[in-house]
Design a protein around this ligand. Structure first.
Ligand SMILES: *[C@@H]1O[C@H](CO)[C@@H](O)[C@H](O)[C@H]1NC(C)=O
Ligand SMILES: *[C@@H]1O[C@H](CO)[C@@H](O)[C@H](O)[C@H]1NC(C)=O
Ligand SMILES: *[C@@H]1O[C@H](CO)[C@@H](O)[C@H](O)[C@H]1NC(C)=O
Length: 336
């Protein structure tokens, strides 16, 4: 489990003072830029610690002499872990919010858009939205297999084509000697002050760098703010969505015959680990179904479910047929 400690620091004066006192001209520049931006941005100043995320909510400069800055220190897990831990708890609330938004959009004959959603929220929301009458929903993440997508909702007569709410950037630099991970790119981008939900997928491009998906209104900001990833100098250029270069994950699929569709049975066959080991992993919270940790061995699976086991990877439940003997023939797709 993720442990976080939150420290509130009363900053004596405004952000630029803080930036100067930290001896970081880049922070000063970014803090100033951020003042000019809408409140869709909050300042996430990534300090020199890779594992430390400091977020400084920016107030109106004249409101008071002392800003309050909140330093969230993720003791475990880094940026990805921090974001994920927070998201799990709020995902039900998020889905409800999206449904309300859909109803409102449909009745007012408007088209409304969400920010980028995480895969579990996206999946859950689309399933529920499909059942609503008078609501059409379109999910877009820049390319067909995108994990993080924005949903547009509206009345079927208003929402007739894909809204133009997704942009793509190519981040290039010399990564030949200094390979950077997904987390490095994510950290560098959030470090400019962009909120996580304004950012879609990050597609690594090996030595060339990465391509990212983002909301169009922050393209110019990111192009002028992002100059380094790790310690590699980078430059950003806007690219058409069609240029996103995504290689589908390598998979291997196979069939197994199981007496039940319980997660312990199916996943032990899928990951080739003993059932008792799997039960053990479930009790430690290391097994997730559709990105949510499961608490019971008895959880049953259905076609389309994604099972992930920490350290082992992911698999998807494919077609399920019943056999004459009352068992289940299950197709499993393992991501390599
Ligand atoms: C980046 O930092 C690493 C050590 O942290 C160093 O080995 C490498 O040479 C540096 N690369 C560049 C391009 O400065
Ligand atoms: C899971 O199964 C094991 C062994 O079959 C059992 O001891 C344990 O209580 C079960 N746990 C839950 C949460 O059902
Ligand atoms: C399920 O049945 C269909 C039709 O008979 C067959 O094509 C498919 O391979 C079966 N799938 C599994 C997982 O057994």
């Amino acid at each position: 489990m993720l442990t976080t400690s939150v420290i509130f620091l009363p900053c004596l004066t405004k952000i630029p003072w803080l930036a100067t006192s930290l001896g970081a001209p880049w922070l000063l520049r970014r803090a100033t830029q951020a003042f000019a931006l809408s409140h869709s941005l909050h300042i996430n100043a990534k300090l020199s610690f890779r594992r430390t995320l400091c977020s400084l909510p920016i107030g109106i400069p004249s409101s008071s002499g002392s800003e309050v800055c909140q330093m969230v220190q993720a003791l475990k897990g880094g940026v990805d872990g921090l974001v994920q831990g927070v998201e799990e708890k709020s995902s039900i609330k998020e889905v409800k919010h999206i449904l309300e938004m859909a109803r409102r959009a449909s009745s007012r004959r408007e088209v409304l858009h969400t920010n980028f959603l995480t895969p579990p929220v996206l999946k859950e929301s689309m399933q529920v939205l499909e059942k609503l009458a008078d609501v059409k929903a379109i999910a877009q993440g820049g390319y067909p297999e995108a994990e993080r997508c924005r949903i547009s909702v509206g009345h079927p007569e208003e929402l007739t084509s894909d809204p133009d709410i997704i942009a793509a950037l190519s981040i290039t630099g010399n990564f030949g000697f200094q390979p950077c991970s997904h987390g490095d790119f994510l950290g560098a981008i959030l470090g400019t002050g962009i909120a996580r939900e304004k950012l879609g997928d990050i597609i690594l491009q090996g030595e060339q760098g990465a391509q990212i998906v983002i909301v169009p209104e922050l393209v110019d900001f990111l192009m002028s703010s992002l100059d380094k990833v790790g310690n590699v100098s980078v430059s950003c250029t806007r690219i058409p969505l069609i240029s996103l270069d995504y290689e589908p994950p390598r998979t291997r699929s196979f069939k197994t015959i199981e007496a039940s569709l319980r997660v312990d049975a199916v996943a032990s066959a899928g990951f080739k680990i003993s059932r008792s080991k799997l039960v053990d992993l479930i009790s430690k919270g290391d097994v997730r179904v559709n990105w949510t940790p499961i608490a019971k061995n008895g959880t049953t699976l259905k076609t389309g479910d994604i099972v992930s086991v920490s350290g082992k990877g992911r698999l998807k439940v494919g077609e399920v047929n019943s056999t004459k003997k009352g068992k289940f023939a299950v197709e499993l797709i393992r991501y390599l």
